[in-house]
Design a protein around this ligand. Structure first.
Ligand SMILES: Nc1nc2c(c(=O)[nH]1)N[C@H]1C(S)=C(S)[C@@H](COP(=O)(O)OP(=O)(O)OC[C@H]3O[C@@H](n4cnc5c(N)ncnc54)[C@H](O)[C@@H]3O)O[C@H]1N2
Ligand code: MOO
Length: 412
């Protein structure tokens, strides 16, 4: 077991507990938000053929041009059902023009594409608009610059360009990009299965709490938050404050999951069963973290039939649990998905006095451009977190005037 790690060390130890989960192929539309388990490169140049960037005419030479009927730009006439393709099926002779649509094939021999609005069709001969007055607009003349309005094959990316690296979280933009490049499926990491066990006989799930009771802050949110981190919550169980019941719940959870997250029972009183159970039955990676709130957070591995499953024990105090979720649970899931850890940013803040331990508190960007902690940031409180835009790290050595603080993004 490590001596009390700092929050940064706890992040690294947590990441070392999560081995990558298996990968499987999924159709593109199902891959948004998933993690790529392979590097993908363009198999074709993008775009994959020379095409027109405007509706108009492929022209060859300075004009006027004899109109060539191949690849009519008016498919509604019923003459040509594939105008994008047929515009390029045979070469364009010198001195000729042929109708092309945006995205249509450029025929061999084309010098540029003349936009429809700058073209004047006079009975089989095409002229630059304005030719009659011998004064075509400069923009129309510009369309005759060689290569104008032609998207050359590969101008976006040559074949073999890296599109997605292993570990990329696939955004809608990645999926659209892969679709354009002809992919139908992508290999992604399976979502790690997570079981949540909440403890605390005083915790109730409905109605107005009486003194000595508390409404459950975790069950309504942890499945969604864990889901947005990339995991698949399989079960959320309430466990009574009874060691036998807790041991049975832990056994079932490690058998059914890749990760187990518990809440509460991490203190050092006789009632704090989770700490005792993990200490007795598991291999503890750390039993506390040098931060406030979230100090009593534990990470361990518990043996199942074939493997050792990581277990993270979050404190019962709601803000402490949310901070520990960001610092400890998120890196385990990222490691299981083989994702790079989320980068942390540095933000300007007010001076901060030194303190006994690093504090990770709900923070907000104020109108003066400085980040400040919110009101109501006690370990048991949620008011500050509900108003927060991130977790501000106030280091124990303090922050001097004009200094910066590390900001961790919230996992939602
Ligand atoms: N003698 C000591 N007491 C405490 C210590 C300590 O070191 N020695 N540490 C304090 C710190 S720091 C924290 S954090 C908490 C850790 O608490 P536990 O993980 O043991 O959690 P519980 O005792 O079960 O609950 C603490 C608090 O949180 C409420 N709670 C629990 N579950 C929920 C839930 N699902 N939704 C909302 N609130 C919940 C519970 O009712 C308690 O009020 O211990 C300090 N004490
Ligand atoms: O460490 Mo406790 O988590 O401050 O409230």
């Amino acid at each position: 077991m490590t001596e009390t790690p700092s929050w940064q060390e706890a992040m690294m130890i947590a990441a070392s507990l999560g081995a990558p989960v298996p990968a499987h192929p999924v159709p593109l539309a199902e891959a948004i938000g998933a993690t790529a388990a392979e590097e993908l490169r363009t198999r074709i140049p993008l775009p994959h053929y020379d095409s027109a960037a405007m509706d108009g005419y492929a022209v060859s030479g300075p004009g006027p041009w004899r109109l060539d009927p191949v690849g009519s730009a008016e498919p509604t006439g019923g003459l040509d059902s594939e105008p994008h393709r047929t515009s390029g099926t045979r070469p364009l002779p010198q001195g000729c023009a042929r109708a092309v649509l945006t995205g249509g094939l450029i025929p061999e021999g084309t010098s540029s594409v003349l936009r429809q609005e700058f073209a004047d069709d006079r009975g089989g001969w095409l002229h630059l608009a304005g030719d009659r007055t011998d004064d075509p607009p400069a923009a129309a003349r510009g369309d005759l610059t060689p290569g104008r309005h032609i998207r050359t094959a590969g101008c976006e990316a040559p074949a073999g360009t890296v599109m997605v690296t292993e570990g990329t979280v696939l955004s809608p933009a990645h999926i659209a990009y892969l679709s354009i490049a002809g992919f139908d499926e992508v290999l992604v990491r399976s979502r790690p299965r997570v079981t949540v066990l909440t403890t605390g006989d005083e915790v109730i799930s409905r109605g107005m709490p009486q003194p000595g009771q508390v409404r459950d802050a975790f069950t309504p949110v942890l499945p969604t938050v864990l889901g947005s981190l990339g995991a698949r919550p399989v079960q959320v169980h309430r466990v009574g404050d009874d060691r036998g019941e807790l041991d049975r719940a832990l056994d079932a959870a490690v058998d059914a999951s890749d990760l187990v997250v518990t809440t509460g029972g991490t203190g050092r009183s006789g009632a704090d069963l989770v700490r005792r159970a993990l200490t007795d039955r598991g291999t503890v990676a750390f039993s506390e973290v040098a931060m406030r709130p979230g100090h009593p957070t534990m990470a361990a591995r518990l043996p199942s039939a074939e493997r050792a499953v990581p277990v993270v024990a979050l404190p019962g105090n709601p803000l402490a649990a949310m901070v520990a979720l960001r610092v400890v649970v998120q890196p385990v899931i990222e490691a299981m998905l083989d994702r790079a850890p989320r980068p942390v940013s540095r933000v300007p803040t007010e001076p901060v006095q030194p303190s006994r331990v690093d504090r990770l508190l709900p923070g907000l960007l104020a109108e003066d451009g400085l980040w400040r902690t919110t009101e109501a940031t006690g370990a048991n409180m949620l008011r500050g977190l509900a108003a927060a835009q991130g977790l501000l790290v106030l280091p124990r050595e303090g922050i001097s005037d004009g200094g910066e603080a590390v900001l961790l993004d919230l996992p939602w």
